[in-house]
Design a binder for this molecule. Sequence first.
Ligand code: ADP
Ligand code: MG
Length: 476
Amino acid sequence: MYQVTPSPVVATASASSVAGDALSLSSVWQSLAPTLQTDLGAENYAAWLANLRVHTQTETGLVLAAPTTFIAQWVQSNYLERLEDLFSQAAGRPVNLTLQVVPTFASLQSAASAPLLPVAVPQAQPQPEWLNSSRMDPRHTFAQFVTGKSNQFAFAAAQSVAESLVSGGQTYNPLFFHGGVGLGKTHLMQAIGHAVQAAKPNSTILYLTAEQFLLKFIRALKDKNTLAFKEAFRKVDILMVDDFQFIAGRESSQEEFFHTFNTLMQDGKHLIFTADKSPHELANIEERLKSRLGSGLTVELHAPDEETRLAILQSKAETIGYAVPADVLQLLAGHIASNVRELEGALNRVIAYARLTGEELTTTLAREQLRDLFRVYNHVVTIDDIQQKVATQFNVRVSDMHSPRRAREVARPRQVAMYLAKQLTSRSYPDIGRAFGGRDHTTVIHACETITALLTRDAQLAEQVQMVTRTLQGRG
Ligand code: ADP
Ligand code: MG
């Protein structure tokens, strides 16, 4: 998909006939560096954009050279639009950016034609700094985790794995937690880490988000140090990768991950993952990786019921050390049903308000302060609502939502409705499929992916989807 220039090409040397302009656009590129660093974050800039060079000028813009396919793909899907905007603004005219893989100019700017992936073993390396800093939240312990029907099984699984890891017994490997946001996946995963660390202080436990894993991997590629990267993981006893869905769709990193993963398993290391979906439902992940991920124990976390929500609130209020009246806790537990993070956020908000103003924390005050949250949750969105509102917005019939017709003008709105059903209700993929004329769950997954991708590049569609969402949530 990316053209790879085979022979060594130095950034702008082979430039086109309009080299002059290319040079000036190239200085625009340089001048953008500080803006990009603030806009995207210094770490992201260093990992991705600092690797690009101006390659050639085209009629409508510029070709940027990236040192590897991986970097090209990443920039393409994450930063290209933003880059084009900034670039066009700076240049005072629309500039179209494309990426080309030019392996040998190698981010490293060295004339050497060293391969990007070193084959020689590097000299003994000091242990990378990131291996020592485990960055787990000290509050994420088993003791602070409140259990109820929704999370009992996940809690028991986590405890059992922690116990086996401490006693050296056999256990589920990998352990895979999945479920919606704010339901306690990260908390439970780290609770295992804390428990093992406390009982066996010498064990090496590494907690990483999938994004951090990717950043470290790409840095290793850039520094020609992938071997040291892999070796570093071998020092780890327990590897935890949080929000694994983030690796989806990145082919080259999946490949790397798969190998690292297999090596670690063979070496008898323990792996724990979290993701928003089960391994089987994860989109854009290679089949063999899916089945490997699902080969241990997979546990789903569900949204807590009202009783558990109340227990969680009581426990949090106690930790904060503020005497919150029972009716206020009851009110929050009754209204904020989506996830624990929001529940916690709402409690923090009302307590902070009461503390700062000195007002008494009553249900009236809580209602007043949480008006925005309550409005959304008072309004339960159903798939029926979604189908009707989407049909109106896109000017199709509600019956088209169920019909087998596949023409684009009905298929697209139907996909939007499926996407919104996943976003705005707690129904599963198979459930949603059934509500759309008995479609298969894979059709729904495909719809969600298609719309997610389209929303990043189709502004009109994005606006329509936003409008429907607002209407559905009663904010319209
Ligand atoms: P996820 O990783 O699933 O998005 P987190 O583990 O980050 O969710 O949880 C969100 C917040 O809610 C965290 O502050 C966490 O400590 C808290 N939390 C989640 N579940 C519970 C629970 N059962 N008991 C106490 N706190 C919880
Ligand atoms: Mg999390």
